[in-house]
Design a binder for this molecule. Structure first.
Ligand SMILES: O=C(CO)[C@@H](O)[C@H](O)COP(=O)(O)O
Ligand SMILES: [Fe+2]
Length: 216
């Protein structure tokens, strides 16, 4: 899979014009569509679930990247895969049986990612890194778009890269939260493969142009 991928987050899209925004992304250089699912329990916010996923499935022509910010994600992962998810990422902090949940996602035909909150150390992944397709590093505390990027993420990217290399893993590194035109280049240089961008894309004058610029 090629690196320097951009995954615009639909959380910052115009929900009254969701189909229009998905079509805009289809016609842009966006590589993935990032779908943030929040349950009001794992994070202090509620976003959307299956009805919105249905709209995404009907219109998206891009790889669909689902970020589950929910408790007991193992209960819902399969339904998100049936609804069109190509990749399902679950939080380390939300999984009692992470190994089982990763295997379940892969058995149901999707790629599986593990997500770390800003305060969770990378070393917690030592015994799961060989199994996952992607590590998603949160660079803000999950729950909301438009927050300030946490600088400690650069250190965590380097640690994740080392962990991946020392385990002969092919996992991608994705960074999510506060990504913008000022930090995207440095994040790719540090070793990120995929950058999620919500506010930076959707609050810009030209989302298509911003997506192009985020790759430079
Ligand atoms: O998972 C989350 C937030 O919890 C993200 O995917 C945000 O939606 C990214 O938004 P920006 O920080 O880029 O505005
Ligand atoms: Fe996200």
């Amino acid at each position: 899979m090629k690196t320097k991928l951009i995954a615009p987050s639909l959380l910052s899209a115009d929900f009254g014009n969701l189909q229009r925004d998905i079509e805009m992304l289809n016609n842009s250089q966006a590589d993935w569509l990032h779908i943030d699912v929040m349950d009001g329990r794992f994070v202090p916010n509620i976003s959307f679930g299956f009805p919105v996923m249905k709209t995404v499935q009907q219109h998206a022509q891009k790889f669909v990247d689902v970020h589950l910010m929910i408790v007991e994600p193992e209960k819902y992962a399969e339904e998100f895969i049936s609804a069109g998810a190509d990749l399902v990422s679950v939080h380390y902090e939300a999984c009692t049986h992470l190994h089982r949940t990763i295997a379940l996602i892969q058995e149901k035909g999707a790629k599986a990612g593990v997500v770390l909150n800003p305060a969770t150390p990378v070393l917690m992944l030592e015994d799961i890194i060989a199994e996952v397709d992607l590590v998603l590093l949160m660079s803000v505390n999950p729950g909301f778009g438009g927050q300030k990027f946490i600088e400690n993420t650069y250190k965590k990217i380097a640690e994740t890269k080392d962990l991946i290399l020392s385990n002969n893993s092919t996992a991608l590194i994705e960074v999510d939260g506060g990504v913008n035109l000022d930090n995207a280049g440095r994040l790719f240089e540090a070793g990120a493969d995929v950058l999620v961008a919500g506010n930076a894309v959707f609050s810009s004058e030209s989302p298509e142009r911003t997506i192009e610029l985020l790759k430079i």
